[in-house]
Each structure stands twice: as C-alpha cells, then as structure tokens.
Design a protein around this ligand. Sequence first.
Ligand SMILES: C[S@@+](CC[C@H](N)C(=O)[O-])C[C@H]1O[C@@H](n2cnc3c(N)ncnc32)[C@H](O)[C@@H]1O
Length: 295
Amino acid sequence: MAHVPVLLDEVIRWLRLDPAGTFVDCTLGGGGYAEAILKHLTTGRLIAIDRDPRAIEAARERLRPFGNRIIYWRASYSEIGRLWEWLGEPPGTVRIAGMVADLGVSREQLEDPGRGFSFLTDGPLDMRLDPEQPMTAARIVNHYGEKPLAELIFRFGEERRSRRIARAIVRARPVVSTRKLAEVIERAAPRTPRERIHPATRTFQALRIAVNDELGELEKLLEAAPPLLASGGRLVVVSFHSLEDRLVKQALRRWAGSGVLEILTKHVIRPGEGEVRSNPASRSARLRAAEKRMN
Ligand SMILES: C[S@@+](CC[C@H](N)C(=O)[O-])C[C@H]1O[C@@H](n2cnc3c(N)ncnc32)[C@H](O)[C@@H]1O
C-alpha cells in the first residue's frame, strides 16, 4: 500500500477544494495528494507536474481510475508561468482554483539507492530529480574547489563544520558513492553526543539543493504562481527545512504587501505528534497557505 503523504489532511483542508475547479499539484511525486484532490473533483481537473519522469510514470499507474481528470506535465515547477502556453489555451481562460507544492524529494526517490539521495544505502552520487540534466552530486563532490564546496555545504546545509568537511572530501577524491561520502564526512566531523542527526545529513541536503537548484526553483515558483490564481484561489506550500520555509514566508509577505494574496496561516502549520510518530520524516514539515484577493 502507498504511504500517506505528509500533512495530507491539512493540505486538503487549506486547498478548500471546489469539485468543479482547476487545480495544480506542482510536485506530483507518489501521487498521494493528487489522489486525494481527484477524489473531491467532479467536473474539475488536476494538472500534475513533476520533473522526474519516473515519478510521473508511477503516479500514472496509480491514478488511472481518474482518467482525463488529470493532466500530466513533466516540467520544473519554475516553468509554471508557461501553463497556458503548454495547455494550448489562451492565457487566463481558466484561472487556477488552488495550487499545492510539497517540496523536496519523495520517499520513492529517497529509498531508491540508484538515485543517490540517501547515505543509508550505497549508491552512485547522483541526486538528480531530472535525469537528463548534466549536473550531478558526483560532479560537485569531485570537481568543485575546496572553498566553493565549503561555501555550498555551509549555505545549503547550514553546516557549521563545512570547511573541515570540504577539506576531507577534497583529500579523499575520487568519491563516487553515497556510502564513501558519508564515511568521509563522519570521519571529518564525528557525531557529537548532543547531535540527533547523522553527521552527513546536512552535507547531503546541501548537495541535493545545489544539484537541483531547489531554492532557485522555489523562488521562481513563488513569483509565477499567484498571478495564475483565480480570486479566492489558494496556494499551499509544504517545506522541509528553514531555507525553503524562509523563502515561502518572505514571498507570501511580499504578495500580501502588494495586496495580491492574503496569508491564511498566521503561524506555520506543523504535523501533530501522531503523524510524527507514524512518519518520523514528517517532523520538519511546515505548511503555509495564502488566498488570492479579488482581482
Ligand atoms: C515530496 S515529493 C511530493 C509527494 C507528493 N505530495 C505525494 O503526495 O506523493 C516531491 C516531488 O516533487 C518533485 N520536484 C521537486 N522539485 C521539483 C521541481 N523544481 N519541479 C517539478 N517537480 C519537482 C520531485 O521529483 C518529487 O517527486
């Protein structure tokens, strides 16, 4: 059975689904949100985006019963501004009733050793969501200079020991597998007694963000999404670390400041204890929602 995606009930509640509306799932992934949205639709439709073709193929199988209520778009969500062009419809013919983005990687991607996202299994240092892009984690790890590598680990991983880790990586080159990288990091920056997470966690996060330009992607999405919404249409974003959440918070504030959006979540929404217990990966999830003001 497919697992329950993070904050599913909250996402559905904040989207306030209109059965006849057009919705966009910017991060289809395993299709959990998409399935729940589609169950609420009668004449409405769902446009489902993912930059990972394998995610789309798997979700297509799962969501077959919904027929042509779902339209798949293999793309980066930063391209959302091209939605009408891609649909072949004149711009603005149909306004979007709700849009959701559930950032980061899916469990399917994380648990596939061949994708190289996790240090818990051994695999190639890949980490690409889009398998056709040239940049991989191995390229960064083996070709960046020590200083830019340290800066990247510090900035995207918020890792205080970035310099020490970068030095150790450069000395250990070539580093081609996830396990070897995790070992190099662990040796350079051993776990302190107060540390809850594995010493490689932050560096792996940093590499993933860099490989997929995750923050750049998110900024572009947050810039392009609000104009596509109908009056009363909602934007719901689930993020997983403070770098993402900060961008979401700032962008929503900017749009609220110019009168385009109204922020609905005065405080960020987090999973309850029960959800964290049954799905520990949800512990860092944060949801923010906003509504489009009258045009
Ligand atoms: C956390 S998962 C989504 C899980 C989904 N909500 C579910 O219910 O199964 C994130 C998905 O977003 C995709 N993704 C990440 N960044 C993307 C981007 N910039 N553009 C399009 N898809 C992206 C990933 O490939 C992944 O499949």
